[in-house]
Design a protein around this ligand. Structure first.
Ligand SMILES: [Zn+2]
Length: 452
C-alpha cells in the first residue's frame, strides 16, 4: 500500500511553477515520494495516512543548496583565518584541515546537514576536496543517509602542491591517477541517475589553483562517460583571475571552455569576477553558477553579477559555501543575503524577494541538472518546507507572507518533508539526536584545531 501525506490550509502555497502560481489557503497531497495534487485545500483529497494542518504557515518547495564544504563546520571563526582574503584564509586553514579524520568528516557533515535542513534545505551538494588520514566520500554519504537529505556528493580533489605552483601544501595533495580511479569507483558504487534520486556523485577537482590542466580535462572525460555532473570553483576574486591569467594566459571562463568545462552538466561556484564574454559563454552553453553571497562578503571577494548572468540565460543557484567562510549554513538566510547584496551593488530593483526564492528553489534544481525538484507540481518530488509566520520575527508582515520569508530575519523551518518523509516536525529534526550530535561535533572541533 502506498503511504499518503496531506498538507493543507497553508496561508499561502508558493509553487514556483512556470507561471509562478501562489495559492492562498492551499495544500499538497503526496503519495510515497511524489506530489499527486496541489491546489486550494477544498479541492484536495480530505484524508491521508498523515494530515498536517498548516494554518499560519507558508508552504514552498524545499530549498536547494548548490555549494558547500561541510567539514569546515569544524573550523568556524578560527582566529587566524578571520580577517583574510581567499588565498590567505586557505593558507591559514590547510594545516589544520590536514588533521581531519573519517569520524570528523562524518560528524561535521551530519551537523552541517542538520543546520541546513532546519533552514529549509531539502537537497544539498557537498564539495569534499580533502582526504587525509583515510577520509573517504562515504563518510559524507553516510551522514546524508542518516539525516534524510537529498544529496549530491562532489568528489573534490587537490593535486597541485606548492612545489609545483599550486596553493595547498604538498602534503595535502593526491596523485592524479588515484583521484580518477577513486572517483570512478564512487560513481559505479553510489551514483543513482534515476528520477527522485537521493544520491548522486559529482566529479569535482577543487579549483584552477589546486589541480592541473590534465586533471581537469580527464575529469570532464570521466564525468561525461558516466553522465554525471562536473563542479569546481571559478573566478572567485581578483587574485583568482590574476592566477588564471598568469598561469594559463587566459580568463577563468576561457580556461573553463578550453578544458571542456561548460555545458548544462557543469556548475561553477562563485563566478564573482566572470567577465562579459564569460557570462555570454555560460548563458549560451547553459553552464550553471552557485552564488554564495555570504562567503563573497566574508572574504571581501566582491559582488557576483547575478542579474546579468540570469538575463543571459545562466542557471544560477544559491550556495552557503563552506562553514568556515560564511560561517553559517542557513539557506533561507542566504537567499536574504543574495537579495541584499544585489541591492548594495545595483540598486533596490536588482533582486526581488520572489527572485531570491526562485534562485533558492528552481534555480538550484537547474544548476544540479534536475527536473524533479525545486517546483511544487504533480509528478515532482515531495520535497516541501513550511515556515510558521505566527512568530515575533514575522509580526506585522502578513501583507505579503511570501516576501516576508526573505525580508524578515531568517527563520527556522517548522516542517520539512524530503522524498515524502517528514524530516522536521514542528521545528524539531526527527532523524537525529541534535544535542548529542552537536556535543560530539564540538569535541572533535577542539581536537582538530587545538589538539585536545
Ligand atoms: Zn567553496
Amino acid at each position: 500500500m502506498p503511504s499518503t501525506l496531506l498538507l493543507r490550509n497553508a496561508d499561502m502555497v508558493v509553487t514556483m511553477n512556470e507561471d509562478r502560481r501562489e495559492i492562498a489557503g492551499g495544500g499538497v497531497f503526496a503519495q510515497d515520494n511524489r506530489i499527486v495534487a496541489i491546489g486550494p485545500s477544498a479541492e484536495l483529497p480530505q484524508t491521508a495516512d498523515e494530515v498536517i494542518d498548516l494554518a499560519g504557515h507558508v508552504l514552498l518547495p524545499g530549498l536547494v543548496n548548490t555549494h558547500h564544504h561541510m567539514f569546515q563546520s569544524l573550523t568556524r571563526a578560527v582566529p587566524a583565518a578571520q580577517d583574510a582574503e581567499l588565498f590567505g584564509w586557505l593558507k591559514a586553514l590547510y594545516p589544520i584541515w590536514a588533521g581531519l579524520t573519517p569520524d570528523m568528516v562524518r560528524v561535521s557533515s551530519e551537523t552541517a546537514m542538520a543546520e541546513l535542513v532546519l533552514s529549509g534545505c531539502t537537497t544539498s551538494s557537498d564539495h569534499l576536496y580533502i582526504y587525509p588520514n583515510g577520509v573517504r566520500l562515504e563518510d559524507s554519504l553516510e551522514a546524508a543517509a542518516a539525516i534524510g537529505l537529498r544529496f549530491h556528493a562532489a568528489r573534490g580533489a587537490m593535486s597541485l602542491g606548492e612545489s609545483r605552483g599550486g596553493l595547498p601544501p604538498d602534503s595535502l595533495v593526491e596523485d592524479e591517477a588515484a583521484i580518477l580511479k577513486e572517483t570512478q569507483r564512487l560513481i559505479e558504487r553510489h551514483h543513482d541517475a534515476g528520477r527522485f534520486s537521493m544520491r548522486r556523485i559529482v566529479v569535482a577537482p577543487c579549483s584552477p589553483f589546486s589541480v592541473s590542466r590534465d586533471l581537469m580535462r580527464e575529469a570532464a572525460r570521466l564525468a561525461r562517460a558516466y553522465g554525471v555532473s562536473l563542479h569546481t570553483h571559478l573566478a572567485e576574486n581578483d587574485s583568482d583571475v590574476a592566477y588564471s591569467r598568469e598561469m594559463f594566459g587566459m580568463s577563468p571562463a576561457d580556461y573553463a571552455e578550453d578544458l571542456g568545462w561548460v555545458g548544462p552538466d557543469v556548475w561553477h561556484a562563485h563566478c564573482v569576477k566572470l567577465d562579459e564574454a564569460g557570462i555570454r559563454l555560460f548563458g549560451r552553453t547553459r553552464t550553471g553558477v552557485a552564488h554564495c553571497p555570504c562567503s563573497n562578503m566574508r572574504l571581501a571577494s566582491g559582488i557576483a553579477p547575478v542579474r546579468r548572468m540570469r538575463c543571459a540565460g545562466v542557471a544560477v543557484g544559491l550556495g552557503v559555501d563552506g562553514s568556515a567562510s560564511n560561517d553559517g549554513g542557513h539557506l533561507l538566510g542566504e537567499a536574504r543575503q543574495a537579495m541584499l547584496l544585489a541591492r548594495v551593488g545595483h540598486g533596490p530593483a536588482d533582486m526581488t524577494a520572489r527572485q531570491a526564492l526562485e534562485i533558492a528553489t528552481r534555480g538550484g534544481a537547474a544548476v544540479l541538472n534536475r527536473d524533479d525538484i525545486g517546483v511544487l507540481a504533480p509528478g515532482m518530488a515531495a520535497d516541501l518546507v513550511a515556515f510558521d509566520l505566527r512568530t515575533p520575527g514575522f509580526a506585522g508582515a502578513g501583507h505579503d507572507p511570501v516576501a516576508a520569508l526573505v525580508f524578515c530575519a531568517p527563520a527556522t523551518v517548522a516542517w520539512s518533508v524530503i522524498d515524502g518523509r517528514v524530516v522536521v516536525r514542528e521545528g524539531r529534526l526527527a532523524t537525529v539526536d541534535l544535542p548529542v550530535l552537536v556535543e560530539r561535533h564540538n569535541r572533535l572541533a577542539r581536537r582538530l584545531v587545538r589538539g585536545d
